[in-house]
Design a binder for this molecule. Structure first.
Ligand code: NAP
Ligand code: GCO
Length: 266
């Protein structure tokens, strides 16, 4: 038996939402290296153009689309356009997401709703758009990008934690509802990863020293470092491939050990 064949994505079409940069870009690169054709979406032409150049520089043929994941009709159109351009979506990576760091009592309901809309309703809309085709073709892989905040809380991230906790349960529910149709829906829960989303937590202080949150995360992580988008490449390929065909409803934390660790003794 050729073990590596199990990990091949040859002939598959993958949609990575928010795949223009950051974690989404790295996971899309990984899926492409494993053989998949890549479609991604983002919200602006400027980001789309930059991303197309970045994919090209890596030698990856990706097709980008403008689409906001909260707009159901636009997402249905996106999925139909991808089917026309590349073929039907076999793998959906629900990666698009935002965070707003605001103390809960100062946060407007509008801000709270926007985070939940993008981080939880968006994945629902995208999954809903691809599941009927997956059922028809008899297979499908959905990977939701969760967070440490699917398990843990902290100051200022109430909306994000509520959305990512909800996404964990949406993952389990899609598994429960469509596992019988040979659809595997799993999640990746990245730890603290160095991207634009976490840049404010890593900014150097005016005296050149490291941000206190940066030091806090390194001390909370047994691996003693921030994660890089590349740390998510292998897990994404595993969950997108036949190697994970009996893995369903699972949240794979890729966090350098944060969730296993109580923290340094004083
Ligand atoms: P990022 O650098 O801020 O990238 C976020 C991506 O999401 C961008 O491509 C953005 O595209 C897209 N996006 C946002 N709202 C969208 C919408 N309504 N419709 C379509 N696309 C939208 O963030 P990241 O760190 O790579 O994070 C990617 C995912 O991983 C997010 O779900 C995030 O919550 C999650 N995550 C991140 C970390 C971390 O430490 N960085 C840890 C755990 C989980 P635009 O150009 O259109 O804004
Ligand atoms: C924060 C961070 C996080 C991470 C990530 C952790 O402010 O605590 O932005 O929430 O981005 O989701 O897994």
């Amino acid at each position: 038996m050729d073990m590596m064949r199990q990990f091949s994505l040859e002939g598959k079409v993958a949609l990575v939402t928010g795949g223009a940069y950051g974690i989404g870009f790295a996971m899309a690169e990984a899926l492409a290296l494993a053989g998949a054709k890549i479609a991604f979406n983002c919200r602006s032409q400027a980001n789309l153009d930059k991303a197309m150049a970045d994919y090209q520089a890596k030698g990856i043929q990706a097709k980008g689309y403008i689409c906001d994941v909260t707009q159901e009709e636009a997402v249905q159109t996106l999925v139909a356009d991808i089917a026309r351009d590349l073929g039907p979506v076999d793998i959906l990576v629900n990666n698009a997401g935002i965070i707003k760091r605001i103390p809960m009592t100062e946060m407007s309901a509008e801000d709270f709703r926007q985070v939940v809309d993008i981080d939880l309703v968006g994945p629902f809309i995208c999954a809903k758009a691809v599941i009927p085709g997956m059922i028809e073709r008899g297979h499908g892989k959905i990977i939701n990008i969760c967070s440490m905040m699917s398990e843990l809380g902290r100051e200022t991230v109430s909306a994000y934690a509520a959305a990512k906790g909800g996404l964990k349960m949406l993952t389990r529910n899609i598994c429960s509802e469509y596992g019988g149709a040979n659809i595997q829906c799993n999640a990746i829960g990245p730890g603290y990863i160095a991207t634009s989303q976490t840049a404010p937590l890593r900014e150097r202080q005016s005296d050149g020293s490291r941000h206190p949150f940066d030091q806090f995360i390194v001390s909370k992580t047994p691996a003693a470092r921030w994660g890089e988008p590349e740390d998510l490449m292998g897990p994404a390929v595993f969950l997108a491939s036949d190697a994970s065909n009996f893995v369903n409803g699972h949240i794979l934390y890729v966090d350098g050990g944060i969730l296993a660790y109580i923290g340094k003794q004083p």
